[in-house]
Structure formats: C-alpha cells, structure tokens
Design a protein around this ligand. Structure first.
Ligand SMILES: C[S@@+](CC[C@H](N)C(=O)[O-])C[C@H]1O[C@@H](n2cnc3c(N)ncnc32)[C@H](O)[C@@H]1O
Length: 91
C-alpha cells in the first residue's frame, strides 16, 4: 500500500534528472533515496522533525547528493527557490 502510494507520488512528481528535491517529512529516508535515484544529476534534502528518524536515515547506505536536516518544516529556514520539487510527509 505504501509502495503503491509512492509509485503514484513519484509518477505525479515527474522528478527530472537535475532536479533539487526537498523531501519534507523524510522519516528514515526511504522516499528521499527514491527521489535521489530519479535525480542522478540533482540533489535531495530530507527534513524531518524526528531526531531518531533523521539519525536512522543518515546511517542508511546513502548518497553524497542526499543531505538530511533535523527540523520542523513549519519553521525550518528553507532557502527560497532552492528546490524544484517538494514532497510532504509522503511514504
Ligand atoms: C509518513 S512519515 C514519512 C515517511 C518517509 N517519507 C519515508 O519514506 O520513510 C511522515 C513523517 O513526517 C514527519 N513530520 C511530521 N511533522 C513534521 C514537521 N512539522 N516537520 C518535519 N517533519 C515532520 C514525521 O516525523 C514522519 O517521519
């Protein structure tokens, strides 16, 4: 079911290979890593409010183009126009 949701999400998002993706509510990083695969020449930032989940995401086999940031999406200082695609709590 979650997988079906991600399939629909990523189909709708149509992430391009150079996109800079912001994954809000990245949790343990599953959607973040999927996004990174779709943007092999871009970059992905995963933001989550949960320290344990951010630590788990950072510990997962990652990619140099993925950065995980601990923060509340409602107050986190996102750089304007830093991304070309955003998710919110997907997965
Ligand atoms: C359904 S889970 C997302 C799972 C993640 N996409 C994955 O693939 O593993 C929703 C996530 O949103 C995070 N979250 C909830 N409120 C948040 C907020 N205000 N700012 C940042 N993250 C938040 C939760 O900690 C949780 O990890």
């Amino acid at each position: 079911m979650v997988s079906d949701f991600n399939d629909a999400l990523f189909a709708a998002a149509a992430i391009g290979e150079r996109d800079r993706v912001l994954d809000i509510g990245s949790g343990s990083g599953r959607t973040t890593r999927l996004a990174a695969r779709l943007a092999p020449r871009g970059s992905v930032v995963g933001v989550d409010i949960s320290r344990p989940l951010i630590e788990r995401a950072r510990a997962s086999a990652g990619h140099a183009r993925i950065v995980y940031e601990l923060g509340d999406a409602q107050t986190h200082p996102f750089a304007p126009a830093a991304t070309t695609w955003r998710s919110a709590g997907a997965g």
